[in-house]
Design a protein around this ligand. Structure first.
Ligand code: BV8
Length: 244
């Protein structure tokens, strides 16, 4: 039996499913991935700009990068991969989507039972008060944007070297410990601690599925590796059996 059939068989009897996504799931919607060729902006790597030091040093430059990304993402739509994951939320009694993506497309596609491990590009946080507000201005009215209190706003995003929000990570870990199937789609599985979630699920007895056109450090330890684009493969996992 081929891998796709094996995964479909597991999903047919599963009660508890978790999904972990990365930038690759948004690639077919036109969002540049981090480590792909278009991940560059003015020859900066994300790792150079998505850090507290970069923001401390040059908040204007960091916000120009986010303003550029927000402008790119604003008109983009979810793709069939996003919609298949929204369908999963309806189909499985216990479900959690764990995303590393900050583009917000999963919510547009209909997912609600989800955690955003690395924050959300449409949320801004006051550096003085800590309050988080949605900001959908494209382009930003002023760069860098300021809070009503006068302090600088920062993207409500987890940068390299910053800890993830405790409760968010805990929810993700608990779901990986409980699920019968974990689907890991569109991530290069290099960024920690997200990259450790698949191992936690596997330790707890979950059937781990990887969906990615390329092999990653996760591939050798996945129970099933479905090579290809998430926009093609995820809908195939959710297709109803035709009892024709
Ligand atoms: C932390 C927000 C604790 C920014 C992001 C060990 C060694 C060295 C460093 C570290 C280490 N352990 C921890 C670290 C530090 C660091 C880290 O992991 N570095 C990596 C680079 C090694 N981790 C951290 O700093 C984390 N914090 O550890 O805190 C701590 C705190 C204080 C002191 C000590 C410890 C915080 C990490 C969060 C960083 N923020 N994003 C922003 O978006 O602006 S991470 C960033 O990478 C994005 O969120 C992104 O989602 C994430 C992962 O990337 P991917 O999603 O996987 O995207 P990528 O482009 O890499 O891959 C795309 C994949 O899709 C590819 O595999 C491709 O083949 C595939 N694909 C392409 N097309 C398709 C497809 N798949 C399916 N379908 C397609 N069509």
């Amino acid at each position: 039996m081929d891998d796709l059939a094996r995964v479909r068989e597991r999903l047919a009897i599963a009660k508890s499913v978790a999904v972990l996504t990365g930038a690759g799931v948004s690639a077919e919607s036109g969002v540049p991935t981090f480590r792909g060729p278009q991940g560059l902006w003015r020859n900066f790597r994300p790792e150079e700009l998505a850090t507290p030091d970069a923001f401390e040093r040059d908040p204007k430059l960091v916000w120009e990068w986010y303003d550029w990304r927000r402008g790119l993402i604003a008109p983009l739509k979810p793709n069939p991969g996003h919609y298949a994951i929204a369908e999963m939320e309806k189909r499985f009694p216990e479900f959690l989507l764990i995303t590393q993506n900050v583009d917000g497309l999963h919510r547009v596609a209909g997912n609600a039972k989800m955690v955003e491990l690395h924050g959300n590009i449409w949320h801004a946080r006051c550096t003085a008060e800590g309050t988080v507000r949605e900001n959908r201005d494209v382009p930003l009215k002023e760069i860098p944007p300021r809070c009503r209190c006068g302090a600088l706003l920062r993207p409500h995003i987890v940068w390299f070297g910053e800890s993830l929000e405790e409760d968010v990570l805990e929810k993700a870990v608990n779901s990986c410990k409980r699920c019968e199937v974990l689907i890991v789609a569109g991530t290069s599985s290099v960024v920690q601690p997200a990259a450790s979630l698949a191992g936690i699920a596997r330790e707890a007895g979950a059937f781990v599925v990887e969906v990615n056109p390329e092999e990653t450090p996760l591939t050798p330890m996945a129970d099933a590796y479905l090579q290809g684009a998430s926009g093609l493969i995820l809908p195939q996992l959710m297709m109803k059996e035709n009892h024709g």
